[in-house]
Ligand binder design. Structure first.
Ligand SMILES: NC(=O)c1ccc[n+]([C@@H]2O[C@H](COP(=O)([O-])OP(=O)(O)OC[C@H]3O[C@@H](n4cnc5c(N)ncnc54)[C@H](OP(=O)(O)O)[C@@H]3O)[C@@H](O)[C@H]2O)c1
Length: 430
């Protein structure tokens, strides 16, 4: 290895930062064979300089707590942002690009909010802004969409992008435990943060979906326009009902192109038990997409964790070193990504699962059937549980394909009936 090492400034030495440093340490020779030069972490930015660190990246690595030490250091070739969050991370990324350094980040939240602005800045500066680790942890989905499938129109992309939610749904489904027990288990295993809001309310998956939509379609889908629903209202009862009908309940991130418009969203949905995504259990992630030339493709792997995510960060660093990185990394030529044409969510068509809790008395089914008929919704299957018989009983209806707005109108009317006990539970069937 004759060439001088690439100097890296690492912002963040937590799960992913440490994972990256470990891979660099263990795979030094291998990396050198591929790059012809070494990678050296010169500076590490952390919040708490007094924290005990399990190891340090190199004997001469300097730990700092000021972002200026990264942004203003002319010797750094690449800055890697792994602190997460919005404001400080933005300062680090924009500051590094403005001072002539390419950037690698795993920060999907920031890319979802400020991606177009940051990509535009990187392109103007002829620097790289790489982000493989921002979606799917170790799964190489960014590179796949940007490079390997560049010649395809992506007809649809359907994914499980949040390992915490997927782990919790798997536990609820396999062990018949309720939501709060599943959350406690996820926290004990380190799959869920102390504050799990971003994961369980669907926002983490939404951030990732925004990043994928840009890569697949070259359009910005503003986060505040994306319909987002998490798993925090899912009950073990509905998971069991879905199973009886041959479905598995999953938190799905979906985008489809329909006549030049994009239909997208994050929501819990019933997935047929024969579908590949129904087999993705625990903290794993997967993306199933369909290109108009390649056909269906599935990528599956660990969506989080220090080593898998560090592996994706390292791939970006190596790509930057190999390609010298002076190009726009959105996969499209336009520097300013235009906003997508958005298909109103109410117009999307799918099958639906409804659980309606009603008083157990004659004539109820006839009223429900009349309301569904008025909205042109055809019922495919109906189940009224024996074990719950009593004053109130749950009726589960599976519909044939219907527009979401027809379903919403039907639910509104059903929930206003005096014999309906609680708001109707509704999931899409994919
Ligand atoms: N964890 C995963 O599996 C995973 C997977 C995919 C993507 N990501 C993304 O990767 C990024 C990092 O995640 P992580 O799990 O590694 O985070 P983490 O374990 O919480 O570590 C965060 C690190 O950043 C430092 N930090 C936080 N705020 C800072 C500030 N204001 N100034 C300076 N340093 C600060 C912390 O310093 P101290 O050490 O002093 O506390 C810590 O070293 C996030 O964007 C996350 O979304 C994570």
């Amino acid at each position: 290895m004759q060439n001088t090492p690439i100097q890296i400034g690492l912002a963040g030495f937590g799960t992913v930062g440490t994972g990256l440093a470990q891979i660099l340490l263990h795979n030094t020779e291998w990396i050198g064979k591929r790059l012809g030069r070494g990678l050296h972490i010169k500076t590490v930015l952390v919040q708490d300089l007094n924290k005990t660190r399990s190891f340090i990246p190199a004997p001469d690595t300097r730990f700092v707590d000021s972002i200026d030490a990264l942004v203003d250091d002319p010797d750094l070739d690449i800055v890697v942002e792994l602190i997460g969050g919005l404001d400080k991370a933005y300062e680090i990324i924009a500051g590094s690009l403005n001072s002539g350094k390419s950037v690698v980040t795993a920060n999907k939240a920031l890319l979802a909010e400020k991606g177009p602005e940051l990509f535009s800045l990187a392109a103007r500066k002829h620097l790289g802004l790489y982000y493989e680790a921002s979606v799917g942890g170790g799964i190489p989905i960014v590179q796949t969409l940007k490079e390997s499938l560049a010649g395809n129109r992506i007809k649809s992309l359907m994914a499980i992008l949040n390992g915490t939610s997927n782990y919790m749904l798997s536990e609820m489904s396999q062990k018949q435990i309720d939501y709060s027990q599943a959350l406690t288990r996820a926290q004990e295993k380190g799959y869920a943060e102390a504050d799990p809001t971003l994961d369980v309310e669907g926002w983490d998956a939404a951030h990732k979906l925004c990043v994928l939509i840009r890569l697949a379609y070259g359009r910005d889908y503003p986060l505040n326009m994306l319909p987002v629903q998490g798993i925090n209202t899912v009950s073990v009862y509905d998971i069991g009902k879905a199973q009886q009908f041959g479905y598995v309940l999953k938190l799905i991130a979906l985008v489809k192109e329909q006549s030049g418009s994009l239909q997208a969203g994050v929501f819990p949905a019933l997935v047929n038990q024969d579908h590949m995504l129904s087999k993705v259990d625990g903290p794993f992630n997967a993306v199933v997409l369909e290109g108009n030339a390649v056909g269906p493709i599935m990528l599956y792997g660990q969506g989080a964790g220090g080593l898998p995510t560090g592996s994706a960060v390292l791939a970006d660093i190596m790509a930057l070193v190999n390609q010298n990185a002076a190009y726009n990394n959105t996969g499209f030529l336009e520097n300013d990504l235009r906003t997508a044409n958005i298909l109103q969510p109410e117009l999307t068509v799918s099958k639906h699962f409804l659980r309606i809790t009603v008083q157990d008395r004659p004539g109820v089914l006839a009223v429900l059937a009349r309301i569904m008929g008025d909205q042109n919704i055809s019922i495919a299957q109906l189940n009224q549980t024996q074990e719950a018989a009593g004053q109130f009983v749950p009726i589960v209806l599976l519909t044939h394909a219907a527009q979401l707005q027809q379903i919403q109108s039907a639910i509104q009317e059903i929930d206003s009936l005096e014999f309906v006990q609680s708001p109707t539970v509704h999931y899409r069937i994919l």
